[in-house]
Design a protein around this ligand. Structure first.
Ligand code: FPP
Length: 248
């Protein structure tokens, strides 16, 4: 987390913001449009929020774009989401690169079409030295799958039971090297974690808004950051000066 002195910025900017971009389908339904139109509008909005993160000085943005459960949606929607990822890389990579965005992928790449795997790896490789904003794209990602994958790797590496610590587990997750999210935003009002960053979210602050993702604009994002700024994060401890100097 970083403190700001700029009068137009919130007092504290979270170092890492993670977003469950929910409500695209309902946004489209309300307008009599197909669900994919909602995902496309959501993609447009993502561009705005990435820019806002760069402007506000957020260091890491993690977006939940396709979960391991989303394979259960109709073929047309699954294929549409794959096409959106492909299009974003084709059309936005050079601008993201110019903005200093480093793209990382979270999840299982090997279940995607080989051409799409190549594109994702190319985007990761092309932007690997950028440092303005790390954009973690959770695509074919599930929190439980991530933990299972991490345990499998630990066993393959012959890690001994005694050396397993929370820090070591973190190193075996897709998010290795990324600080835990300070703030998790969920749009469209649902009060669920939905298998997103279940390990990393242990002490994250939550912000839930009824706004559907395509309408969650820079102003709304700013509101979320303002609210975060006023949260008192205690990580399970207490601020109790009356106990100072006493030990149990
Ligand atoms: C949840 O809304 C949203 C998704 C499952 C997909 C989110 C994807 C994007 C915004 C596209 C941008 C991403 C890429 C590939 C970079 P929902 O469809 O579950 O909404 P509903 O609950 O209203 O039906």
């Amino acid at each position: 987390m970083s403190k700001t002195s700029h009068p137009n910025l919130p007092k504290q900017i979270p170092q890492h913001v993670a977003i469950i971009m929910d409500g695209n389908g309902r946004w489209a339904l309300k307008r009599g449009l197909p669900r994919l139109a909602g995902h496309k509008a959501g993609t447009e909005n993502l561009r705005r929020i990435i820019k806002a993160c760069v402007e506000f000085g957020v260091g890491y943005l993690t977006i939940y774009a396709f979960s391991t459960e989303n394979w259960g949606r109709p073929h047309e929607e699954v294929n549409g989401l794959m096409r959106i990822l492909e299009d974003v890389i084709d059309k936005e990579l050079s601008e993201l690169n110019e903005q200093g965005v480093q793209i990382r992928h979270l999840g299982r790449l090997d279940q995607l079409a080989p051409a799409l795997q190549e594109k994702v790896m190319d985007a990761v490789h092309t932007t690997q030295h950028n440092s303005k904003l790390v954009l973690n794209v959770a695509f074919n990602y599930g929190g439980r799958d991530e933990i299972v994958h991490g345990i499998q790797q630990m066993l393959k590496d012959g890690v001994s039971p005694e050396s397993v610590t929370p820090e070591l587990v973190s190193k075996y997750l897709y998010t290795a090297g990324v600080p835990d999210p300070d703030l998790i935003i969920r749009t469209s009002g649902e009060l669920r974690i939905s298998n997103f960053l279940i390990w990393q979210a242990a002490y994250s602050e939550w912000y839930v808004t009824p706004t559907y993702w395509p309408d969650f604009n820079k102003e709304e994002f700013r509101k979320a950051l303002d609210e975060f700024s006023n949260r008192d994060r205690r990580y399970g401890k207490v601020d109790a000066p009356e106990y100072e100097g006493t030990h149990v």
